[in-house]
Design a binder for this molecule. Structure first.
Ligand code: FES
Length: 170
């Protein structure tokens, strides 16, 4: 008989790897930032369910670690999405409406810079010049360049990715 309640998805924590990291820094609680950097290098992000374990190893409160992870933009609590949107905010893109493009992405996907959609499909990253200023405003989605964007064109591009994914699932 199947359980009525599904278990929540829990990230597998490579405890031995984490132990090696904390041992490398001799469990020094003042080394939380480099420890978190190492964790993120292994996992691609800092899993929420690893925070309690690290806190115990370093003898600090989970709130302290959580505070650091959420304070510094370099850390992420979610894995990156399948599609990484790199929205250029360099000068040429800025003067050609990058802010409007940013707003249309946020409206469409409900994420801000540095965030990933709950379905794991998109991560939005805001970057400086990506070297195609004559095509401003520009965004890259993985390797693909989307140039001379307007808010409508941006929404269409995103919808096309969503539809492509939906079609691939069927
Ligand atoms: S400023 Fe956006 S590509 Fe150069």
């Amino acid at each position: 008989m199947a359980d009525a309640v599904e278990s929540p998805q829990v990230d597998a924590i490579p405890y031995q790897e984490f132990d090696k990291i904390t041992e490398k820094y001799k469990g020094d609680p003042s080394a939380i930032i480099p420890i978190l950097q190492d964790v993120q290098e292994i996992m691609g992000y800092v899993p929420k369910n690893s925070i309690g374990y690290l806190a115990e190893k370093l003898e600090v409160s989970p709130a302290k670690i959580y505070g650091i992870v959420t304070f510094y933009a370099q850390f992420r609590l979610q894995p990156k999405g399948k599609y990484i949107i790199m929205l250029c905010e360099g000068t040429a893109c800025h003067v050609n409406g990058a802010k409007l493009i940013s707003k249309s992405i946020t409206d469409e996907l409900e994420i801000e810079g540095g965030q990933t959609t709950p379905d794991g499909l998109f991560t939005l990253e805001k970057v400086a010049c990506i070297g195609c200023c004559s095509l401003a405003p520009v965004m890259l989605i993985n390797e693909e360049v989307h140039a001379k964007l307007t808010p409508d064109a941006t929404r269409k591009v995103l919808k096309d990715y969503v539809n492509k994914e939906a079609a691939a699932q069927n």
